[in-house]
Design a protein. Structure first.
Length: 151
């Protein structure tokens, strides 16, 4: 786009182009960075931010840590990891006192890193849902969360 092009509506064209990329590539999980959009379309930061805001408003993308934007796909559970981990207790029929899956197995199950799972498990321990933990110790279920506690 030339420097003399009218910026009015440019952000909508950029948003439409990014939506087309997302629709044609089902494997796409992350959008180009703000700097890449600014460079590729020769637009200001404000125009690029407005394009991303359109994608967010339409539920196509959301901001991610580190200033990046990720694609939002239908059917993907977007709840915090600690809530999804807490759901294992009821989904797997675990009862108070039973051992809870390890951080490694949970990391593999949810497709996240072990440190991420460890932080989530620590939150569940602080909430009184899990007991134990630490290196070499097995975590156990301390309390079965009720529906209200999970939501």
């Amino acid at each position: 786009m030339s420097q003399q092009a009218n910026p009015r509506g440019t952000f909508l064209k950029i948003a439409d182009t990014l939506k087309t990329w997302i629709e044609t590539d089902p494997e796409m999980t992350e959008l180009p960075s703000l700097a890449e959009v600014m460079r590729d379309y020769e637009v200001s930061r404000g125009v690029a931010l407005r394009a991303f805001a359109v994608l967010k408003q339409e539920g196509v993308a959301e901001p991610a840590p580190g200033g990046r934007w990720r694609v939002v796909r239908a059917g993907v559970d977007r709840r915090p990891i600690e809530q999804r981990i807490a759901d294992i207790i009821t989904a797997d029929g675990l009862e108070v006192g039973q051992p809870f899956p390890s951080a490694s197995s949970l990391a593999e199950r949810f497709g996240v890193s072990r440190p991420t799972v460890t932080k989530a498990l620590e939150k569940l321990e602080a909430a009184g849902v899990l007991a134990g933990g630490g290196q070499g110790r097995v975590r156990t279920v301390r309390a079965v969360p009720t529906r209200e506690e999970r939501s």
